[in-house]
Design a protein around this ligand. Structure first.
Ligand code: HPA
Length: 296
């Protein structure tokens, strides 16, 4: 009996840490956000797109846009990071109905794992079957250069958090979802063929995420390299885990914004990340368009 009570307390504590206090509270919040969004659109999107640091301008390409500031959507976490606009843009791109997140929130902004992935829950409930996530990263692989685009084919979750911790909502997905193909292999091939057609060099790499917000130390980057990581960042993994949980197929493309810590003698600066991303945004948009043409 005492063991049972202790277990129950632990579950409630984990739920609270993940923002799902009192059982289905998170699901209720998702429904409220969903209702708010669906009241403003005529049809449901098929593809969710997350635009990372410095890539927000890609949202301007959406046709027949309906833009909703994050601040207007009930329970939606507000972005505080520089380079993230904070709007949901719904419309069409290459004839595909899309919902674009112009900016994301991160764990390092003080949000729990389930708050970080709240938007993915809403997008999943909106009915997306595909998630296309983008991000900025540091090049861990010594062959990578700033400006390189990398199709993520696997990840190492080194963030110390998992968005599925706490009580599982069976309506969203199973307790122990498989992550063998967290990055859909058919999508990887589509990305590579779209890149070849557009003559955009595209690498395939393993993404490792640390919680941030401090950049990694050179020793941490050497460890990441030994572990098999090619690029490093502070996002995307919670979103991809959540998408997989909801049976949404995921693709992620990273833009190498800088050499990871210790690769070069210079110190890392966030402005360098934003400048590299601004330069890479057009190639990322062309790749995204090519990918959308393939899945349509
Ligand atoms: N480390 C972590 N996150 C990043 C980096 C980096 O070097 N560059 C862009 N995002």
């Amino acid at each position: 009996m005492t063991t049972f009570i202790r277990e129950r307390e632990m579950i409630v504590m984990a739920d609270e840490m993940n923002g799902n206090s009192a059982g289905d509270c998170a699901a209720t919040k998702v429904t409220e956000a969903l209702t708010f969004v669906t009241e403003r659109i005529a049809s449901r999107p098929r593809v969710g797109i997350v635009l990372g640091s410095g890539l927000g301008c890609i949202a301007d390409a959406v046709e027949n846009p309906v833009a909703i500031p994050y601040g207007d959507i009930p329970h939606w976490p507000r972005t505080t990071a520089q380079g993230h606009a904070g709007r949901l843009v719904l419309g069409e791109l290459e004839g595909v109905k899309v919902v674009v997140m112009q900016g994301r929130v991160h764990h390092y902004e003080g949000y729990s794992a389930s708050e970080v992935t709240f938007p993915i829950r809403v997008l999943g409930e909106l009915g997306i079957s595909t998630l296309f996530a983008t991000n900025a990263s540091g090049g861990v692989n010594l062959g990578y250069r700033p400006g390189d685009l990398v199709a993520v084919y696997d990840h190492i979750n080194f963030m110390g958090i998992n968005p599925l911790a706490g009580r599982n909502n069976e309506k969203w997905g199973p307790r122990f979802p498989d992550m063998s193909y967290a990055y859909d292999h058919e999508y990887l091939e589509m990305l590579e063929s779209a890149a070849a057609e557009e003559k955009i060099p595209l690498r395939r790499g393993v993404y490792i995420a640390f919680s941030g917000p401090s950049f990694e130390t050179p020793a941490e980057i050497r460890m990441a390299r030994v572990m098999g990581a090619d690029i490093v960042g502070m996002s995307t993994i919670p979103e991809v885990i959540t998408a997989n949980h909801m049976n949404v197929r995921a693709a992620a493309v990273s833009c190498v914004a800088n050499f990871a810590a210790g690769v070069k003698p210079e110190k890392l600066r966030h402005q360098e990340v934003l400048d590299s991303m601004a330069r890479a945004a057009r190639s990322m948009e062309r790749l995204l368009r090519g990918f959308l043409r393939k899945i349509s």
